[in-house]
Write a protein that binds this ligand. Sequence first.
Ligand SMILES: [Zn+2]
Length: 239
Amino acid sequence: MIRKVISDLEEIVESDGTIEDVRDYVIETLVDFFELPKINEENYPQIVLDYSELDFEIKQFSKESHYNVEHNFIFYAPGNFDALAEESMHFINYFFNETTGQKFNYGSGIDYFYSHVLAEALGHFASKLVFGMKFDEERIKGTEAYDLYLEHLKFESNIKGLTSENFNQNCPLEKIFKQDIKEISSTLHFLGYNLGEKMFKAYEEKRFFKKELRDLIYNDFKEKGSSMDIYLSLVEFLE
Ligand SMILES: [Zn+2]
């Protein structure tokens, strides 16, 4: 797929295409791949290079590329197209689970945390699929978020029979939640990217299928504890 993407992107650039053309191309490529219903273009997220382009005021959460689900826009930090695959995947995910336009209000920290981990796993799957991105752990070593990520992986290594009801022993979640929002966000991204790598490998090995990926895309994880339960069962299954 990657070779085709590069030649398609070259074509877009040569014909003086805009960043919106790249967005359209990436969204259509992903929708086709996952065999999802076509999305009407008027629902596509606005691409924003600077928050001052928005016709409302909102505090900027990060300088890195991100998708804002409440207002349906992609903030694109220029330089790398690959972020467009991840952020477009977030858009597709929230479009089909019908959370676009809603404020995140998942009640409990655990539900918020693992539903986001799963969204990042899909996001990473997409950037790997379209642009061949790798989750590079070398780049993140030495941070508090990385240590907590490792601690979480250790907790996961012995999860037989664990569910959102009885996960308490050895789970570093409480420690993670004591961090500030930026560190929490980093840790959940790392866990998601790591899971995305495993999902991709299992997909290539034909142990994990588009149907399962679609189930994740459509799930809004509003049922209490469901995102953690699905996360734990995926970790066990994809091992
Ligand atoms: Zn993301």
